[in-house]
Design a protein around this ligand. Structure first.
Ligand SMILES: [Zn+2]
Length: 172
C-alpha cells in the first residue's frame, strides 16, 4: 500500500510537470511563428530606409527597406508562410510575396528569375526563396525601380498597410 501511494504521488507530479512543460513549449512556439521575424539576407547594411526620402531633389515615398546585398545573394523567408506570388511586378521587378500565419505579408523585390520556390509552397522561416537579381532582365527591361543589385523588402500588415520592416524583423 505504501508503494501504491508513492506511485500515485509520482504519477500526479509527472502529469503536472508535463502540463507545465507543454504550456511553456506552446507559448514559445507562438512567439516564434508570429512575432519573431528574421532578416531576409545575411547582409544587414541598409541602402535605403522605409518612408519619405529625397530623390533627385523631390520627396519620394519608399514603401520598404533596401538591403545592400550583391547579385546572387540568397534571400530568406522572414517567417513561416505560404507563397502567394512569384513573378514580375511593376516597380519591384522579379518578386515573391509570402502570406504569414498572422496575416502579415512580405514582398521581396528585384530578384533573380531563378526562384527556389513555387506558387502555393509552404515555407519555413529561413528557407531560401531565391537570389538577388541583376539590374536589367534578359529582355533589357529594368528589374523594377532599381539603380543596381539589392534586395527590397516590403511588409504589409493585416489590413494591407505597408509598415516599416525594421520595426518587425529582429535586430542583429
Ligand atoms: Zn526599395
Amino acid at each position: 500500500m505504501v508503494f501504491l501511494s508513492m506511485f500515485k504521488k509520482f504519477y500526479i507530479s509527472y502529469i503536472i510537470f508535463s502540463v507545465i512543460i507543454s504550456l511553456i513549449f506552446s507559448i514559445n512556439k507562438n512567439n516564434i511563428t508570429s512575432t519573431s521575424f528574421i532578416y531576409p539576407t545575411k547582409y544587414t547594411d541598409i541602402s535605403s530606409y522605409f518612408g519619405y526620402r529625397e530623390l533627385f531633389g523631390k520627396a519620394n515615398y519608399h514603401d520598404g527597406t533596401d538591403f545592400l546585398a550583391p547579385q546572387g545573394s540568397e534571400i530568406y523567408a522572414i517567417n513561416n508562410g505560404v507563397v502567394i506570388h512569384v513573378g514580375f511586378l511593376n516597380g519591384y521587378g522579379n518578386s515573391v510575396i509570402i502570406l504569414h500565419d498572422n496575416g502579415l505579408k512580405s514582398l521581396y523585390g528585384h530578384m533573380s528569375k531563378n526562384y527556389t520556390i513555387n506558387l502555393g509552397d509552404s515555407v519555413l522561416k529561413g528557407d531560401t526563396i531565391g537570389y538577388v537579381g541583376p539590374k536589367y532582365l534578359e529582355d533589357g527591361r529594368l528589374n523594377g525601380n532599381t539603380t543596381g543589385p539589392h534586395l527590397h523588402l516590403t511588409i504589409y500588415d493585416k489590413n494591407g498597410t505597408r509598415i516599416d520592416p525594421l520595426n518587425i524583423i529582429e535586430k542583429k
